[in-house]
Structures are given as structure tokens and as C-alpha cells.
Design a binder for this molecule. Structure first.
Ligand code: NAD
Length: 495
């Protein structure tokens, strides 16, 4: 059985905890590897390696750091097929989704390649006689990333390229469900010339997370995962005096106005709802059908579902793969099974479809006449289930979104520019799509939701990522002109 180990100071380290977690191929249900779960001492070793590497790394020239980031970017691009195959093997998503994940990760490395620009300070000359004021940004030290299963390569890349480029050293605690891909990434970083100890991986669970949250040498924590854990990480990490950004779960609404192109909206709902088996934090989960759009929209989505090919991610014919585990598949199915008892209408029941073998497959479901108070509306399902809430007016659609605890992404489909403009201003969510169902910001903006979708005030990656991983220093400097008749101020003269 393959063992997935830590990477500390450039070397593989096996756990001594005796605790392991199974890693599956979700398309077959087979256990393909075991990941060793860290002890507190192993986390301490990774943090110590990062701590020891920090002084030299932060003193490394911007030119050298830039060269390494460019090389790393090219290596990830050259190895994208290998990385994508590994993603599909442990996560289950189809190869085109895996390649898309790698591409979105590369965007963040490209942004980090601009570190010379990002780290430029500002300068104000002669704010008072002989006095200049300027600012610089400096790295924090050791920072840690704790990441979810659904984007096992991209989400770490939301974090470590910007963190490392700005002079920090990094400890990654990936999801224990599909951790292997990050070992490939660590090798590529090393091949790009990154010194040992700058990027470390500890495999683990709550034990590892808790140690990172309390470790005195960890200056900051970036977390992405479900809302209850995000809240816990934020409260515990900030309680220990750390800088924390903690991105949580989602329930993304897509509003369809009566004037929308129904075909376009249905295509968008299907790809954004069922793509990657709905295991995306920016997946559309609730379609909000306004007025007369409802009947044709539900019909158009229903018509498209049988055309969706569900199968193993490494089969090029598949458009949707399995879910991450059998347990998660059963939880997702339970929302569909209980929906009619709560008064909703199950239009397409994916739980009816049987699949050969032991893979964690679940076909797409469509549930109509859903309303707040039903479990399938109130909870994050994180699977291939689209729910439809019917409302009479735009204002009701807006209120529905505002009243929802999550505020990650949202979208509107309309042909009316004025309505779209009003929506982008009025709606309570951090990321908004206009005729775009999954508005994940490009790497040079920042990613973050509102409400229960984000704890802390810093979004991930882009400009806010650079700001999160650096601390500002402002210098007020007086150098009296030696030729002037200024009285002796007790400062050294600049001669
Ligand atoms: P999760 O919260 O179960 O796990 C995330 C990380 O936290 C993992 O590394 C895990 O090992 C760790 N963890 C789990 N339980 C813990 C505990 N009790 N104490 C300490 N650490 C713990 O999330 P997941 O199931 O891996 O990922 C899916 C979730 O992530 C969904 O809710 C999804 O919406 C969310 N997500 C959000 C974003 C975003 O940008 N907002 C992006 C991707 C995923």
C-alpha cells in the first residue's frame, strides 16, 4: 500500500503516530494509499524547519525569488498532465476539470511572479524640513495553510506562491482525503531552486491543525474549508494572536429574471451545478427563478440532465465524476430522499440511478419548489443537486440571498443591463457573476465571500493575499542637510 508522508526540510518523513487515514480512488471505491497523520512533534519539526529557513529566505534578493517563481510556473505547466492525473485519481473529478484546476493554480503563481511590483513601497519627500516618510512591506515569518479536499492543488496555490514570493516560509496541511498531489508540487518547487525548509508539508487531521493554531512560531494561518471549521480556526488562531483568514462554505444562488435567455441560463445552471459533481465552493446550488422564467427554466434544466455523462474521471467521455467518499455520497443523497417529505418536488432523482462497481457515484438531481426551512435549502449539500426556489419579484430574490447565512458567490442572468447593474450593487455576496455562473476572480483580483463564507477581513490571493502575507512598516526619517544652518539635533549627519 502506498504511504503518503510529510515533507520536512526537503525530505520525506514518515509519521510515528501509528495513525493513518485511507485515500480512495473514488471511481472504484478502492483504497489506493494511506496517509500518515502527524503527531504534535512532527508538526513542531516542520515549523522548526520553516523557522530555520526564514532568515536566509527573507534576505534572498527579489531577483532570485522572482527567477525561482518563474521556473516553478514553467515546471507546473510542463507537468500539468501528471498533476491532473493525480488529482483525478484521488479526487475523482474529470480530467478536463483537473486541468482547469491546474490552470487556475498557475494563474496564482503568475501573480506571485510579479513580486517586485507587489513589494514596492511608497515614498514622500520632504514632508517637513529634512524629513522624508516611506513605507516598506516585510514578510511575517512562518505561515501555514490548511486546505480542503475539493481543490487539492489549486487552493494551496491560492496561498503558498504569494506567501513564499513575499519572503515567508510555509507549512501546508492538505486535506487528508486527497493529499498526494502536493508531493509532486513540492518536488517541482525544489527543482525550481527553492531552498529546503521554505515549503514543508505535514499530513494530518485535527491534531496537526490544532498544533499549527497554537504554535508560537506560526505567524499566520490561511484556511479554506467548511464553515464550522473555518469559524473554529479563526477563533482559535486569532485567540493565539495570529493573523487568520478563514474561508468557509457556500450556498450560491443564481437569479434568473424573466427576460433572460433561458437556454443560456439552463446551460449555465447545469455546468455550474453539476460540474465537478457539485463539489465546488462556487458551484451554483440554488436557482432563483423569478416570475415567468420558472416553468421554462425547470423544463430546460430537466431536458439537459440525461445528456450529462457520469463516469470515471479518467474516461474522456465522462463529464461528471464520483463524489469524494461513500459517506459523502450518502449524505448528499439523503437531501434528495428527504426533499419531498419537506414539501419540495423532486423533478430528477439521481438516487434512482445505479452504477456498476463500488465507485462513489451519484447522478444529478433537480429539486423544484424549494423554500427556506427545508434542509436542502438551509444546508450546504456540496454534491450534484440543484434546487429551485420560485419567487415573484426581483426584490424577493434579493431578500432571499440577503437572508441566507452564506455569501460566497452569486450570479444573475438577464438581458437588462440596468437590472444587472442594480444587482451587482445591491446583492449581499463577495463575488458576483453577470451572465457568468461561476465568477471565480482571476489571480490578480482577490477571492472571498461574505457572511459565514469568510472569517477575518482578508480575502485570498491577489492584492489582499500579498497584504495578508506582509506587514507594513512606515519610516519617518530626518537627515539634516549638512550645509544648512540647522542646529544640532543629535542625529548623525549625512556626511
Ligand atoms: P473541511 O472543513 O472538512 O476540511 C478542511 C480542512 O480542515 C482539512 O484540511 C481538514 O483536515 C481540516 N479539518 C477537518 N475537521 C477539522 C477539525 N475538527 N478540526 C481542525 N481541522 C479540521 O472541508 P472539506 O470537506 O475538506 O472541504 C469542503 C468544504 O470546503 C465545503 O464546505 C466548501 O464549501 C469549502 N470550500 C470553501 C472554499 C472557499 O473559498 N470559500 C473553497 C473550497 C472549499
Amino acid at each position: 500500500m502506498k504511504k503518503i508522508n510529510h515533507i520536512i526540510n526537503g525530505a520525506e518523513v514518515a509519521t510515528t503516530s501509528g495513525r493513518t487515514s485511507p485515500v480512495y480512488n473514488p471511481a472504484t471505491g478502492e483504497t489506493t494509499a494511506e496517509v500518515g497523520l502527524a503527531t504534535v512533534e512532527e508538526v513542531d519539526r516542520a515549523v522548526a524547519a520553516a523557522h530555520a529557513a526564514f532568515p536566509e529566505w527573507q534576505a534572498t534578493s527579489l531577483a532570485r525569488r522572482t527567477t525561482i517563481m518563474y521556473r516553478f510556473r514553467d515546471l507546473v505547466d510542463q507537468h500539468k498532465d501528471e498533476i491532473a492525473a493525480q488529482l483525478t485519481a484521488e479526487h475523482g473529478k474529470v480530467i478536463s476539470d483537473s486541468l482547469g484546476e491546474v490552470k487556475r493554480g498557475i494563474e496564482n503563481i503568475e501573480y506571485a511572479c510579479g513580486l517586485t511590483e507587489h513589494l514596492k513601497g511608497s515614498f514622500s519627500q520632504e514632508v517637513s524640513t529634512d524629513i522624508d516618510v516611506y513605507s516598506i512591506r516585510q514578510p511575517l515569518g512562518v505561515v501555514a495553510g490548511i486546505t480542503p479536499f475539493n481543490f487539492p492543488s489549486m487552493v494551496p496555490m491560492w496561498m503558498f506562491p504569494n506567501a513564499i514570493a513575499t519572503g515567508n516560509t510555509f507549512v501546508l496541511k492538505p486535506s487528508e482525503k486527497d493529499p498526494s498531489v502536493n508531493s509532486i508540487v513540492a518536488e517541482l518547487l525544489s527543482e525550481a531552486g527553492l531552498p529546503d525548509g521554505v515549503f514543508n508539508i505535514v499530513q494530518g487531521d485535527k491534531v496537526a491543525v490544532d498544533r499549527l493554531l497554537e504554535h508560537p512560531d506560526v505567524a499566520a494561518i490561511s484556511f479554506v474549508g467548511s464553515t464550522p471549521i473555518a469559524r473554529y480556526v479563526y477563533m482559535t488562531g486569532t485567540g493565539a494572536g495570529k493573523r487568520v483568514q478563514a474561508l468557509g462554505g457556500a450556498k450560491n444562488h443564481m437569479v434568473v429574471l424573466p427576460d433572460a435567455d433561458i437556454g443560456l441560463a439552463a446551460d449555465a445552471a447545469v455546468s455550474a451545478g453539476y460540474g465537478s459533481a457539485g463539489e465546488r465552493c462556487m458551484a451554483i446550488s440554488v436557482v432563483v427563478a423569478v416570475g415567468s422564467s420558472a416553468d421554462p427554466l425547470v423544463e430546460a434544466i430537466e431536458e439537459r440532465i440525461p445528456g450529462l455523462v457520469v463516469g470515471a474521471g479518467n474516461d474522456s467521455a465522462s463529464q461528471m465524476g464520483p463524489l469524494i467518499t461513500g459517506e459523502h455520497r450518502d449524505r448528499v443523497a439523503s437531501f434528495v430522499e428527504n426533499a419531498s417529505g419537506e414539501g419540495a418536488t423532486v423533478v430528477v432523482d439521481g438516487t434512482d440511478q445505479d452504477f456498476q462497481g463500488d465507485g462513489f457515484f451519484l447522478a444529478p438531481s433537480l429539486i423544484d419548489n424549494v423554500s427556506p426551512g427545508m434542509a436542502c435549502y438551509d444546508q450546504e449539500i456540496f454534491g450534484p443537486v440543484l434546487t429551485v426556489v420560485r419567487v415573484d419579484t426581483y426584490d424577493e430574490a434579493l431578500k432571499l440571498i440577503s437572508d441566507n447565512a452564506f455569501g460566497n458567490g452569486t450570479a444573475i442572468f438577464t438581458r437588462d443591463g440596468g437590472a444587472a447593474r442594480r444587482f451587482q450593487i445591491d446583492v449581499d455576496a463577495g463575488m458576483v457573476g453577470i451572465n457568468v455562473p461561476v465568477p471565480v476572480p482571476v489571480g490578480y483580483y482577490s477571492f472571498g465571500g461574505w457572511g459565514d463564507s469568510l472569517f477575518g477581513n482578508s480575502h485570498a490571493y491577489g492584492p489582499e493575499g500579498i497584504s495578508f502575507y506582509t506587514k507594513a512598516k512606515v519610516i519617518t526619517s530626518r537627515w539634516p542637510d549638512p550645509s544648512s544652518s540647522v542646529i544640532d539635533l543629535g542625529f548623525p549627519q549625512n556626511v
